[in-house]
Design a protein around this ligand. Structure first.
Ligand SMILES: [Zn+2]
Length: 488
């Protein structure tokens, strides 16, 4: 905690939220805990300290909504998905197989029917859709194969903001030891029955809550296929979204969130992976990132920090553990398809994976006693429910919040020790907040409220910290923060 120049003052005056004695005490403690480099800055410090950015915000209606997530229902969903036998993208999807309840076609039809059932229960509040296309033969696709992404749309209640989209996804296809085997058991309870169950349960719970909560922005609950063959489904969906100009602000990809019950698991956390340098950045953007030290401020990284904020605010039962990396070694996931199209997207995955329970034929090795296969008995349904609560709270918070501020700029015309930020008004905003952190800090440290206007001068040097600006509505819902671009 090296940063000490804590005399921030928004140009437009007071902090609407005030500072509690506790925060002040923490600030003093932080100041005392710091060593030599602090002292000069401390002498310069004057005026009220900013609040700590770890200050939580709870909407009691969102807290109530996420309590409705049911581990039992999630267990039933995962068992049902496993009952289709093999959900490989190349498994049968003819009429006969669908009727027999086997293969990916049967899984697709069941997911669709589930979304439709939830919609019926909320008075038709969900639009249930499929994004279907034919994938041409490739390394893992032997012949032209129909792939269908199934999704439900909970349209935003504010016509001015309904084009803003937040999205949760999981993949419903599965595989066993052989990517080209579409017939033998490939239960895929954890990979990715768990993520599919998160999407479905978020749809059920948030569609029920929508009548009371009135989300101004749109929420999409997506399940994709083709993940195991090469992210085919998510790639098609993300490209479609990009081509059609969808304003997707956040993608939550849940893949292997079963909290598998083997030694070494830590069921108190879920990993949240986010890219550093954006996959879609142009050469010019990479150059700017290099100049500004923006390597840890992709929109996906800001989304990860937002999830950390939600994790502090709501009792989901599991805490996000931010991993500043695109994905695990040797593995990829559907969030990358969205990153490639320039969307903010992160991946949720259990803390410790058991590779004998993923991508394996169901079998037992008599010599070692090891049981292989991705079976429901290795999945912790309570853990999946906790992850679903964290997802639902994030979706609800983002969809309730105003749009993130646009055209956020930091003035760099003159050499000066203050920092002036400007931005354009956001639909639904009652106030704005400037957040900042030391360049070597992982998460936002301080926040200063700007109660009016779209311009603030903060008594902190832009050379020493990274700034962001977020919009806040009257109820305190926070948008994603936007890191300013320098303006000369
Ligand atoms: Zn997976």
């Amino acid at each position: 905690m090296a940063y000490q120049e804590n005399s921030a003052m928004a140009e437009s005056g007071n902090s609407g939220y005030g500072c509690t004695n506790l925060v002040a005490a923490v600030m003093v403690a932080l100041a005392l805990a710091s060593s030599a480099p602090c002292c000069r800055a401390q002498e310069m410090a004057q005026g009220p300290p900013p609040r700590l950015a770890s200050d939580p915000h709870v909407d009691p209606r969102i807290a109530e909504a996420i309590r409705q997530v049911s581990a039992e229902r999630i267990g039933l969903t995962i068992d049902k998905l496993v009952s289709f036998g093999n959900r490989s993208t190349i498994s049968p999807q003819d009429e006969y197989s669908i009727k027999a309840g086997k293969g990916i076609g049967a899984a697709r039809e069941w997911i669709k029917a589930e979304f439709e059932r939830y919609s019926k229960d909320c008075g038709g509040c969900l639009e249930v859709k499929t994004d279907t296309f034919t994938e041409q033969p490739g390394e893992r696709i032997p012949k032209p194969t129909e792939i269908a992404n199934v999704y439900a749309v909970l349209r935003g209640s504010d016509p001015k903001q309904a084009d803003r989209i937040v999205l949760v996804t999981g993949h419903y296809d599965s595989r066993n030891s052989d990517t080209l085997n579409g017939t033998d058991p490939a239960p895929g309870a954890n990979d990715d029955g768990s993520g599919t169950a998160v999407s479905l349960e978020c749809a059920r719970v948030l569609s029920q809550a929508a009548s009371k909560l009135k989300f101004p922005a749109t929420i999409i609950f997506l399940t994709v296929a083709g993940e195991e063959q090469g992210l085919n489904g998510s790639k098609h969906f993300a490209q479609m979204a990009k081509q059609q100009g969808w304003k997707i602000e956040a993608v939550l990809n849940n893949d292997i969130v079963g909290g598998n019950l083997s030694p070494g698991q830590d069921s108190s956390v879920v990993r949240v992976f986010s890219e550093g340098l954006p996959a879609a950045a142009t050469e010019a953007e990479i150059k700017r990132i290099r100049m500004l030290g923006g390597e840890s401020d992709s929109t996906s990284r800001e989304l990860a920090r937002y999830i950390a904020d939600v994790g502090r605010s709501y009792n989901a039962g599991v805490k996000p553990l931010l991993i500043f990396r695109l994905d695990r070694f040797l593995r990829g996931g559907d969030h990358y398809s969205f990153n490639q199209q320039g969307f903010a997207a992160v991946r949720f995955t259990e803390f410790r994976e058991d590779f004998s329970h993923q991508h394996q034929n169901v079998r037992k090795d008599d010599a070692s006693g090891i049981e292989y296969g991705d079976l429901p008995k290795f999945v912790d349904f309570d853990y999946v429910a906790h992850v679903a609560r964290l997802n639902a709270a994030t979706l609800a918070s983002l969809a309730s919040a105003p749009a993130p501020p646009a055209s956020v700029k930091m003035q760099t015309k003159n050499l000066e020790n203050d920092t002036t930020l400007t931005w354009e008004p956001s639909a639904g905003a009652a106030a704005y907040e400037v957040v900042w952190r030391s360049t070597n800090a992982a998460d936002w440290e301080y926040v200063q409220t700007v109660s009016g206007g779209t311009r603030a001068t903060v008594k902190v040097s832009k050379d020493n910290v990274i700034f962001g600006v977020r919009a806040v509505d009257a109820a305190g819902h926070r948008s994603l923060p936007v890191v300013p671009e320098p303006e000369r």
